[in-house]
Design a protein around this ligand. Structure first.
Ligand code: PMT
Length: 402
C-alpha cells in the first residue's frame, strides 16, 4: 500500500526525534520515498546527516540554503508530497499550522501544501492538555488535518501522562490506514473475519478445544485491512498480535462467537469464517475443578453447538458468505455438502492432513468451490497469499451480486 508513496517528513524539536529516525527507516522499507525537513530546534537533537543517510535524500533545513535541491524549495516539497507528516509535532508547530504562521521552511511548506497532513503531537502532558494546544488541535481536525493522538506514559521531563510520541510501527499503521482507505480496492467493504478455535469449558480449569492457531483468519484480516476494508475480527483465544487497523472482538465459546457474529452481520458485506468452531460442548460445566476419584475415569456428555455459519446462511440477504471446510477425508464431497447446506457463496476446502496445510502452519493448500460447480485449486502458498486470492474472489462475488 505504501509502495512509491512520497512522504515529506517534518521533524520538529522534541526529545522524540530519536524515534523518528526509526520511523523514516520503516517508511523507506515499506517502499515510501521520504524527504525530510528539519526545524532548527530538531537539529539540536539529531544531526541532519542522520536523516540524510536514512532517507537517502538531502535534508531541507532552511529557506535560504544556497545549495537547496529545488529552486523554490518550500513550494516544491509541498507539491511533491503525497502526504505531509509532522513527527514529533511540538506545541509550537501545531500553533503555527493552526494560525497560518510561516516563519521557517517547515511551517511555510506546511502552509503551501495541498497534500493530506498527519501530525503526531509529542510534548509534556501539561503543554498537550493546555487549552491553547487543545484548541489548535480541534481547529486543525476541523480543517481536515489528521491527528494521531500521543501515547500515555512516562515522559522525558519525568512526569507521566499523555504526550509520548506513538511508536513508529503505530505511525506507519496510521499512514497505511489512510492510503488504504483512499486507494484500497476493498475500501467500500465491511468484512467480518472469524479466526482461531472456540473453547468449551468442562470446569473452571479445563476446556474442549482444537488445534487452530488463528494464523489463517488473522492473515485474512490483515490483508483485508491493508486493502482498505473495515475489518472486524472475531477471534477465539490465540496468541497472535492483532493486525494493524483491524477491530478485534475476543470470544471464547461457540455461543459467544454466534452472538458476536449475529450482532455484526446486518452491517457486514462479506463474512469469512476461518475459525475452527467447536461442534459440541459439555452438557454441564462443573462449578469447581473436577477431582479425581480413585481409579474412576470421567465421562463428559456433549451436546451439539449451534452452527454459526448455517445460521448466517439462513439470514443471508446482501452479504457474501464464505466458509472454510477443514477435512481429513473426501475433501471435495464434504466441502460441497457444506457449501450447499450452509447457503454459501464460496467454500475454501482445506485438507488439514496435507503437509504444509491446515492447522498452525504458515502455508496452506486449498481449493475454492463455488455453487455453480467451479473449482479453483491453489498450490501450496503462504496463508497471506491465500488470503489475497480469497479476497480477490470475495470482491468479484460482491461486485457480481450488486
Ligand atoms: O487457525 P490456523 O492454525 O491457521 O488453521 C486454519 C484452519 C485449518 C482452522 C482453517 O484453514 C480452516 O479450515 N477453518 C475451518 C475450520 C472448521 O471449523 O471447519 P468445519 O469444516 O468444521 O466447519 C465448516 C465451516 O463452518 C467453517 O467455516 C466453520 O467456521 C463453520 N462452523 C462450523 C461449526 C459450527 N458450529 N459453526 C460454524 O460456523
Amino acid at each position: 500500500m505504501l509502495q512509491g508513496k512520497k512522504i515529506v517528513l517534518g521533524v520538529t524539536g522534541g526529545i522524540a526525534v530519536y524515534k523518528v529516525v526509526d520511523l523514516a527507516s520503516r517508511l523507506r522499507k515499506a517502499g515510501c520515498e521520504v524527504k525530510v525537513i528539519m526545524t532548527a530546534h530538531a537539529q539540536e537533537f539529531v544531526a541532519p546527516l542522520t536523516f540524510k543517510e536514512i532517507s537517502g535524500n538531502k535534508v531541507a533545513v532552511s529557506m535560504w540554503d544556497a545549495n537547496a535541491e529545488y529552486n523554490v524549495e518550500h513550494i516544491a516539497l509541498a507539491n511533491w508530497a503525497d502526504m505531509f507528516l509532522v513527527a514529533p509535532a511540538t506545541a509550537n508547530i501545531l500553533a503555527k499550522l493552526s494560525w497560518g504562521i510561516a516563519d521557517d521552511l517547515l511551517s511555510t511548506a506546511l502552509l503551501a501544501t495541498t497534500a493530506p497532513v498527519l501530525v503526531c503531537p509529542a510534548m509534556n502532558s501539561n503543554m498537550y492538555l493546555a487549552p491553547a494546544t487543545q484548541e489548535n488541535l480541534k481547529r486543525l481536525k476541523e480543517r481536515g488535518v489528521l491527528v494521531l493522538p500521543p501515547a500515555v506514559g512516562q515522559l522525558a521531563c519525568g512526569t507521566s501522562g499523555p504526550g509520548r510520541l506513538p511508536e513508529p510501527p503505530q505511525i506507519v499503521a496510521a499512514i497505511e490506514a489512510f492510503f488504504a482507505k483512499k486507494d484500497g480496492d476493498l475500501r467500500a467493504l465491511k468484512i467480518l473475519v472469524t479466526a482461531g478455535g472456540t473453547r468449551e469449558p468442562i470446569d473452571p480449569v479445563r476446556f474442549v478445544g482444537n488445534r487452530s492457531s488463528g494464523k489463517m483468519g488473522y492473515a485474512i484480516a490483515q490483508v483485508a485491512a491493508q486493502r482498505g476494508a473495515d475489518v472486524l475480527l472475531i477471534t477465539g483465544p490465540c496468541a497472535l498480535p492483532v493486525p494493524a487497523n483491524v477491530q478485534v472482538q475476543r470470544v471464547e465459546t461457540t455461543q459467544e462467537m454466534l452472538t458476536a457474529c449475529l450482532s455484526a452481520y446486518p452491517k457486514t458485506d462479506v463474512v469469512i469464517k476461518a475459525a475452527a468452531v467447536a461442534d459440541f460442548k459439555p452438557r454441564e460445566v462443573a462449578p469447581q475443578k473436577i477431582k479425581k476419584k480413585g481409579d474412576e475415569g470421567l465421562t463428559v456428555v456433549m451436546d451439539k453447538n449451534p452452527d454459526i455459519l448455517a445460521e448466517l446462511g439462513r439470514r443471508k440477504e446482501r452479504q457474501i458468505l464464505i466458509g472454510f471446510a477443514a477435512e481429513t477425508q473426501d475433501l471435495l464431497a464434504n466441502a460441497r455438502e457444506k457449501l450447499t447446506k450452509k447457503n454459501l457463496d464460496l467454500i475454501v476446502a482445506n485438507d488439514v492432513t496435507a503437509a504444509g496445510a491446515g492447522f498452525n502452519s504458515d502455508t496452506n493448500i486449498v481449493k475454492f468451490l463455488y455453487p455453480d460447480g467451479r473449482v479453483e485449486s491453489l498450490e501450496k502458498m503462504a496463508k497471506q497469499e491465500v488470503a489475497r486470492r480469497l479476497l480477490d474472489a470475495a470482491l468479484i462475488l460482491k461486485q457480481n451480486k450488486c
